[in-house]
Design a protein around this ligand. Structure first.
Ligand code: COA
Length: 186
């Protein structure tokens, strides 16, 4: 499976062309999610990489963000998706956003990449000392539900936020023990 070759890692300066292409591709999709935060075509990429990689330390964060790690999923030196792993939950994140947000480029879907990115990100969650990770998704997002379930997500409930038109499913993934093949070292 292609996902075996996926590497989840921090953004690097050498990712510039691939990252810019990925952001451009994702912006053409109808998703209400974002590929990249605080990014625009005119950013100086080296400065952007430095900024993003300060977020795990809680420095230079976008407004209303908690400390988080921004990881890209890379296959054959090309970015195929990204994950944001929030280190803690605010009241809003506990109800709506969860610990992890992820997107895969439209051209790269249904190859197991999101499932693999989430799997690898759980090791990061363990390294933070988290006992469990909250992931939410729209009730209509069947692909994301599958990704969560394949990573051991345990359904908690379905919520309706007053500010949102759509309901969210909430799942917890316990981190006490590896959930399936953990061949990639942490
Ligand atoms: C959701 C998303 C991340 C999935 O990425 P992906 O790389 O295609 O996911 P994977 O290939 O790892 O797994 C998708 C699974 O959903 C299944 N699937 C895909 N479309 C489906 C659909 N319409 N109905 C039911 N299942 C579907 C696939 O068959 C696969 O299941 P399998 O592993 O049992 O075969 C991607 O569609 C995306 O980026 N969407 C926009 C952003 C988003 O919704 N992010 C998640 C927010 S919670």
């Amino acid at each position: 499976m292609n996902s075996e070759t996926l590497l989840l890692r921090a953004l690097r300066i050498e990712d510039e062309a691939s990252f810019r292409n990925a952001a451009a591709e994702f912006s053409q999709s109808k998703s209400d999610m974002m590929f990249a935060f605080e990014y625009s075509e005119d950013v100086v990429f080296a400065e952007y990489v430095e900024r993003v990689n300060r977020w795990p330390e809680g420095r230079d964060l976008p407004a209303d963000f908690v400390s988080n790690a921004f990881f890209v999923g890379v296959v054959d030196h090309q970015i195929v998706g990204r994950i944001s792993f929030r280190h803690c939950l605010t009241e809003f994140l506990a109800r709506v956003g969860g610990h992890i947000g992820y997107v895969v480029l439209p051209s790269q879907r249904n190859r197991g990449y999101a499932t693999e990115m989430v799997r690898q990100s759980l090791k990061y969650g363990r390294s933070l000392g988290l006992a469990k990770v909250l992931i939410t998704c729209d009730t209509t997002n069947l692909a994301s539900q599958r990704v969560i379930e394949r990573n051991g997500g345990v359904y908690e409930d379905t919520t309706q936020e007053a500010s949102l038109t759509i309901q969210k499913h909430r799942y917890w993934i316990p981190l006490a023990a590896p959930l399936y093949d953990q061949s990639t070292p942490p």
